[in-house]
Design a protein around this ligand. Structure first.
Ligand code: GLA
Length: 861
């Protein structure tokens, strides 16, 4: 029988044996490591020799072993937490002729462990013996002693790392801590400088030099040496106006949807201020979303004067910016491409409650000259922010910095201790081969993350706005249902004018804010109108503008102080209305109640959320006098909270984003919505270029495109243009001619046949309507079995072929024109079958050649 204690004795013996080796040590000579990773201000670091190639000699004392380098020099060694001591003799090598001055610094995991003080030429070697137990990354730096680098021959003589026995050999690391934010074809390269700051390599830079220049600082801060456009400006609680962030480390995690989140932590060693740069990298789609979090624990509030979401670096030469200027009824219609020359180019808005009317927070940077559809590197940027924004492109002659974020204009933000400021997200979408691939990736991203229900096709909608304006009642609206249903409409949208009793909304002078159905027009409210629609086979939608009030309203009579206005100034009206102050809790509650009342009506399954003015007198009666500058930011954040609640409480209600046309088209709001109203201008000859421009950033399924009488264009042309986006109509069907009705019915039926391709497939922009006599597009289904080609003739032109792209070259496709225009000769290729390769090479000659004619051609099985 075994002694009961024998197992214990064996175990204790084993533990002793295992423990003993750690008491032993192994010496690893510094000169045995890979010195190609050590930097030197001059020359190449040498094994057992001074930088000049002579034996190592400090104050006439020769050393057999060691490393000769030259300030400024940096060496990082991964000792894996298994080292015990670092031992050396340091000094300026005699080969410097008695000149030179160097300071030697030893650090562990970024923390200073030992420094020599400035040593000068001829001074005796100074011994180093530092405890580095537990350290992972050993840092050895030789600085220039503060007087420039000349003659700074720096010797780490007799230098050795004492490792615990059996530990893996230390590994020389790149001279700086580095990390990459990577997608399939796009990379942002970051590195930590000798000064501890975080730097970024200009996007697409061919060579990664070892030294960082101050102009390359990532997310630069104002006040401590950075002289260009800063990303961050902080006034600290003690009044110090400078910030100096050093790198702490990163974490990487997967978001479960195939995207990697990289969080880089920075802090200011002199203040308890922490800044985290967040990058959400969508590998497959070459998209990086970036945003920043700022938090501090100072003795009182700090003031953020600038807080960009991103501050990306690009090379300084040959970078072009494409941006989109517009105005009401001309949104996105003035694309401008210009080279970014030295100086700062700013795109911004200062209109508060909507991002754009004039400038737009979406733009394209191209790195190989002006952008092209299928070649050249492009980087599209789109800021997720529905308020005043600023995008600045700062070319300092060496690099271009692209900054984007909330507009710092009049927006100083006082951040309380412990409070976290989170910037809006910036979307960066990379195209290795031009705009086409970039936008297809961005559209896929939008369907997955940027829009609600991005994988569900959109319904055919009829809006009454152009048909009735404010002039309708129950019977008039119901009279529109049957003709709509007859031609295939699926959803009816009742626009403005249904509410207000004391001050009825019979024109745009009164009623906003009083969200009770008008009793004269709709005696029993909205419910019977919605029920009647459903009975006749239509869904029912409603217009609302919850953020606004007319002074002529009961709401304003009761709460004149609820609006955004400046004391001692006349209240400036736009479209006879004012903006409610959404920073005020009672207003938040009121707007939420109004939305619930409206969307809670049975059978309402769609809503158009409008916003018909912007901020011109940004004063809040809710915010304290010293917090007025918070209005711009707090408003938008309160708006998002409201939109979020709406989307969550009414998950089956589809939402259209509208703002006096396309005043609020950005992914900040869009994530709560299904689609947007791009412009009140529905003239299809202008919608062709306008929708083209929007499509760089937004998928056509989200672009509402309605057939109306704007421009008095042929109905067939108007229908064809609408078919290339989210089809809708805005006309009085009771007055439409039978011929036009037939064209519309044909378009709707064709649209239903192809909408899975146009809304869920890939878009290829083929012929630019700004440059050609026509615009042409094609869409390809995800399995590439089907495609649809659109040709929109803007001027008369030759019968030249449109060449589709994205088809499977081997697959066969039958050519079939959808809803052909009455009286026009059929397509020469009608009914014939070709391979994708043939179609892409030879093209299809569309049946249109005259201005305002269009062809929609299906390529299928
Ligand atoms: C805005 C919208 C229009 C319409 C009107 C209603 O101008 O852009 O489509 O809804 O408001 O007042």
């Amino acid at each position: 029988m075994k002694c009961p204690h024998s197992n214990r004795i064996q175990l204790i013996a084993l533990l002793f044996i295992c423990a003993v080796p750690s008491a032993f040590a192994e010496t690893v000579w510094l000169s045995s490591l890979d010195l190609s990773r050590m930097t030197a201000g001059w020359g190449v670091p040498k094994v057992d020799r001074s930088i000049s190639g002579q034996p190592l000699v400090i104050a006439r004392k020769q050393f057999v072993s060691g490393v000769g380098t030259h300030a400024a020099s940096n060496f990082r060694v991964d000792v894996g937490g298994n080292a015990k001591r670092f031992i050396a003799q340091v000094g300026v090598d005699d080969s410097a002729g008695g000149r030179g001055s160097v300071e030697f610094i030893v650090s562990g995991d970024g923390k200073l462990l030992w420094k020599s003080g400035v040593l000068i030429g001829g001074q005796a070697a100074v011994p180093v013996d530092v405890d580095i137990s537990g350290v992972k990354i050993l840092g050895l730096r030789a600085t220039d002693g503060g007087d420039g680098e000349s003659d700074d021959h720096a010797d780490w003589a007799d230098a050795k790392i004492i490792m615990t026995e059996g530990a893996a050999k230390p590994l020389a690391l790149p001279p700086y801590d580095a990390f990459v934010v990577q997608t399939r074809n796009f990379a942002l390269n970051f590195g930590v400088g000798d000064d501890g700051r975080l730097y970024q390599r200009p996007v697409g830079a061919a060579h990664l030099s070892k030294k960082f220049r101050r102009a390359e600082e990532s997310y630069p801060q104002a006040g401590d040496g950075y002289i260009w456009e800063p990303a961050l400006q902080v006034d600290h609680a003690d009044g110090n106006t400078s910030t100096a962030l050093v790198y702490e480390g990163i974490t990487r995690s997967n978001d479960g949807a195939g995207r990697e989140l990289i969080r880089a932590r920075l802090h200011d060693p002199a203040y308890p201020l922490e800044v985290t740069l967040n990058f959400l990298a969508d590998g497959d789609r070459d998209i990086i979303e970036q945003w920043v979090e700022i938090v501090h624990h100072e003795s009182g509030p700090v003031t953020l004067g600038r807080m960009a979401s991103t501050a990306l670096l690009l090379p300084s030469t040959n970078v072009y910016l494409t941006h989109f200027f517009g105005d009401w009824a001309k949104e996105m219609l003035s694309p401008i491409t210009e080279r970014i020359t030295p100086g700062t180019k700013v795109l911004d808005s200062k209109i508060g409650v909507r991002a754009d009317q004039f400038s737009n927070p979406s733009f394209v940077l191209s790195l190989d000259g002006p952008p092209a559809e299928n070649s050249g590197r492009v980087l599209a940027g789109s800021l997720e922010w529905s308020g005043s924004f600023q995008c600045a492109f700062d070319n300092n002659g060496e690099t271009i910095r692209a900054l984007a974020g909330v507009n710092p204009f009049a927006s100083a933000y006082h951040l309380a201790p412990g409070e976290k400021f989170v910037t809006p997200r910036m979307i960066w979408a990379w195209g290795a081969n031009g705009l086409g691939g970039m936008s297809r990736n961005l559209h896929r991203w939008a369907r997955d993350f940027g829009l609600r229900d991005g994988h569900k096709t959109r319904a055919v909608l009829l809006n009454n706005w152009e048909a009735t304006g404010f002039d309708f009642d129950f019977n008039r609206i119901v009279s529109l249902y049957d003709p709509a249903k007859e031609i295939g409409v699926e959803l009816f949208l009742l626009d403005d004018g249904w509410f207000g009793n004391k001050h009825p909304r019979v024109n745009d002078h009164a009623g906003l804010g009083d969200w009770q159905p008008n009793r004269r027009r709709l005696p029993d409210g909205l419910a019977p109108l919605a029920a009647e629609a459903v009975k006749r086979g239509l869904r029912f939608g409603i217009w609302m503008e919850p953020e606004m009030v007319n002074p002529k309203s009961e709401l304003y009579e009761q709460h004149p102080d609820w609006v955004i206005a400046q004391p001692k100034r006349d209240r400036e009206l736009q479209r006879n209305q004012l903006v409610l102050d959404l920073t005020r809790p009672e207003v938040q509650a009121f707007e939420w109640r109004s939305i619930q009342d409206i969307l809670g009506v049975p059978n309402i399954s769609y809503a158009k959320w409008d916003c018909n003015r912007y901020l011109t007198q940004p004063g809040s009666s809710w915010l304290a006098p010293d917090r007025q500058s918070h209005l711009w930011i707090n408003y938008v954040n309160a708006l998002y909270a409201l939109m979020d609640k709406t989307a969550k409480t009414f998950p089956d209600t589809e939402l259209m984003l509208c703002s006096g046309g396309g005043g609020r088209v950005d992914y900040g709001s869009l994530k709560y919505f299904h689609e947007f109203w791009p412009s009140d201008n529905t003239d299809p000859t202008l919608r062709v270029p306008m929708q083209w421009d929007y499509s760089y950033f937004f998928p056509p399924m989200a672009i509402a495109s309605h057939v109306t009488h704007w421009g008095n264009r042929p109905t067939h042309f108007a229908c064809s243009v609408a078919m290339s986006a989210r089809f809708g109509m805005d006309m009085d069907l009771t007055r439409l001619s039978a011929a036009d009705k037939a064209v519309c019915a044909g378009a709707i039926s064709a649209y239903k046949q192809i909408r899975d391709v146009t809304q869920l497939g890939d878009l290829y922009r083929l012929e630019d309507p700004y440059e050609n006599f026509r615009g042409a597009l094609d869409f390809v289904s995800p399995d590439r079995a089907r495609a649809v080609v659109f040709a929109f003739q803007l001027k008369a032109g030759p019968a030249s072929p449109v060449r589709p792209q994205g088809l499977d070259p081997e697959k066969s496709y039958a050519v079939h024109e959808l809803n052909p225009a009455p009286g026009r000769a059929p397509l020469p290729q009608e009914g014939k079958t070709f391979t994708g390769g043939e179609l892409m090479r030879d093209g299809i000659v569309p049946s249109c050649q005259n201005a305002v004619e269009a062809s929609v051609i299906e390529l299928g099985l």
